[in-house]
Design a protein around this ligand. Structure first.
Ligand code: HEC
Ligand code: HEC
Length: 216
């Protein structure tokens, strides 16, 4: 009897949790009607043609919503987007996030490159990028990216760790430099990404960004 009751209660709790989750999710169809102005920079369907404007297609919904809220509240400072979200309700932001999360991402792709490391030596950029992504740099306490952003660069949607794979290299490199310089401050009280980027060299940033653009 007791066990049956407990089972019933846990089913009810699960039901409530699922219902709350469904309620929290945005409406992608409504979202599509709200993003006409965004296409100028982020491209139709969130696949951007400009390397400084991030792809939004296929990005995690929770991460997108957090960024939209942060940009609207000016916790993340983006001059190009000033005023863009002023008239949007939180429901609008949820719907936009749901829309972009569902769009298929076109991979940007990486290129062959050599980068100059601090000693002056020129090395294979793709090899260095892969090494940084998978293993970090033990000597300078840069952690591997795989643990949070996943081996394929897909990120961790429920934890709101962003997808990186296939993103424009220029955009990725700019974010890492912004975190390193403290120009991007919306990575939470733990300052996770400021901590990651703090000890990265320019060569490591450029190499890992190029590697990420082709990661899939
Ligand atoms: C005039 C160009 C422009 C317009 C219009 C614009 N954006 Fe942006 N957006 C940017 C730029 C540039 C960045 C990245 C800035 C940076 O380097 O941090 C960005 C970043 C973002 C990000 C963060 C992406 C990430 O991976 O962290 C989201 C989400 C976003 N925009 C959504 C939107 C939405 C939704 C609209 C329409 C309501 C919009 N943007 C309109 C230029 C624009
Ligand atoms: C401990 C977890 C963790 C590790 C390790 C980590 N990241 Fe992140 N990363 C995050 C989180 C969380 C965010 C989102 C911050 C926010 O909410 O704005 C993020 C955001 C980013 C962004 C911005 C994405 C965008 O669309 O704007 C880039 C670029 C990035 N990380 C690159 C890296 C690279 C490269 C490495 C490895 C050298 C790395 N990260 C290691 C957790 C991590």
């Amino acid at each position: 009897m007791k066990t049956a009751l407990r089972t019933m209660i846990s089913f009810l709790c699960l039901g409530a949790a699922l219902a709350a989750h469904v309620h929290a999710a945005g409406d992608a169809v409504k979202g599509e009607s709200l993003v006409a102005a965004c296409a100028a920079c982020h491209g139709a369907n969130g696949n951007s043609a400009v390397a400084n404007f991030p792809n939004l297609a296929g990005q995690g919904e929770k991460y997108l919503l957090k960024q939209l809220q942060d940009i609207k509240e000016k916790l993340r400072d983006i001059p190009e987007m000033v005023g863009q979200l002023d008239a949007s309700s939180d429901q609008d932001l949820q719907d936009m996030a749901a829309y972009y999360a569902k769009q298929p991402l076109q991979l940007t792709g990486s290129v062959e490159q050599t980068v100059q490391v601090n000693s002056g030596l020129k090395v294979d950029g793709l090899k260095l990028g892969a090494a940084v992504y998978r293993a970090g740099n033990m000597e300078t306490a840069v952690p591997a990216c795989t643990g949070c952003h996943s081996p394929t660069g897909q990120g961790n949607a429920p934890a709101s760790y962003p997808r990186l794979g296939g993103q424009h290299a220029d955009y990725i490199a700019k974010q890492l430099r912004d975190f390193r310089a403290g120009n991007r401050l919306n990575d939470g009280d733990a300052m996770v990404m400021r901590g990651v980027a703090e000890h990265m060299s320019d060569a490591e940033i450029d190499a890992v960004a190029n590697f990420i653009a082709g990661l899939n």
